[in-house]
Design a protein around this ligand. Structure first.
Ligand SMILES: [Zn+2]
Length: 286
């Protein structure tokens, strides 16, 4: 089973998203069975300003859980929603509880670069709830996605606080943490409750002119934490970020090659695990 662990709904034009049908058509072209679709709460007051979404970022921000679950419910066995929260809103834990219990979402996504540290005390009740319910918390690390965010919050060291204080919370750290790659690897190795999402590391390697970044990091992660805690993802069939470029559904295969398939230090079973089986186990998909 191929699971793209890391995608977002995307804008097709100024005010129109790619429809669920178009999203599925992209997945079908790439041979992807299931996509995890992330909400994106940037804590803008009210609706997200249009200039943020449409001109500088293709991903809809402040996309409500109602909207995201309605999107996923067109293909409930193939599109899985992850809610997103931001401690700059009141009582984020209530949003999470509703997303999980009412809308059947399977995980929580955090975007620290929108203005908070992952170890923010206002997130403690959320972490406690997720720990008790077995809900994974997925945390962006590394470079910011767009210019109006703040990169300092994306440092992996702050995830170590969360992993230590909530030892049974299942955490996924995304993107390899560049330029704090060493910190990222160390935090992942010393906390057995952390999984690693490899998504976008190949784009970071190319954007910042770092030949060998993916191979070196993935090889070490494989030795240090093992293939069972690695996850593959793509940012989706229609990623469109001014700083990083544009993708189309042919990118599914390219990204599988660049992040997983080309490495002979992975067994066939490892590759199947990273491309979907690990995500299935983490999310309880059978
Ligand atoms: Zn993403």
């Amino acid at each position: 089973m191929i699971i793209d662990f890391h995608t977002h709904p995307e804008f097709k034009s100024l005010n129109e998203l790619y429809s669920p049908e178009e999203f599925i058509a992209g997945m079908d072209k790439g041979g992807v069975d299931i996509s995890c679709l992330f909400g994106n709460d940037q804590a803008d007051p009210g609706d997200c300003p249009k200039w943020r979404d449409s001109r500088f970022m293709a991903v809809p921000t402040n996309f409500s859980d109602e909207q995201l679950s309605a999107f996923c419910n067109h293909f409930p066995t193939r599109l899985i929603g992850f809610t997103s929260i931001n401690p700059n809103r009141y009582q984020p834990e209530r949003k999470v509880e509703r997303a999980i219990k009412e809308f059947g979402m399977k995980a929580v996504k955090l975007y620290p670069h929108s203005g908070f540290y992952p170890n923010d005390p206002r997130l403690s009740l959320t972490y406690k709830f997720c720990q008790e319910m077995g809900i994974p918390v997925v945390i962006h690390t590394g470079p910011k996605a767009v210019r109006w965010q703040w990169m300092k919050y994306n440092q992996p060291i702050y995830v170590d606080d969360v992993a230590t204080n909530f030892p049974d919370l299942r955490i996924v750290m995304c993107h390899g943490g560049y330029p704090w790659t060493e910190e990222f690897i160390t935090v992942a190795y010393t906390n057995p409750n952390i999984w690693v999402d490899l998504t976008f590391m190949e784009v970071i390697e190319e954007t910042y002119l770092l030949p060998g970044l993916v191979e070196n990091t993935v090889k070490r992660l494989n030795k240090l934490i093992g293939a069972k805690r690695l996850l593959w993802g793509t940012e989706g069939p229609y990623m469109n970020l001014p700083l990083y470029g544009v993708h189309d559904p042919s990118y599914y295969e390219i990204s599988q090659q660049k992040l997983v398939k080309r490495f002979d230090f992975f067994s066939e079973e490892d590759k199947q695990d990273i491309l979907g089986n690990n995500a299935a186990r983490l999310l309880g998909i059978h």
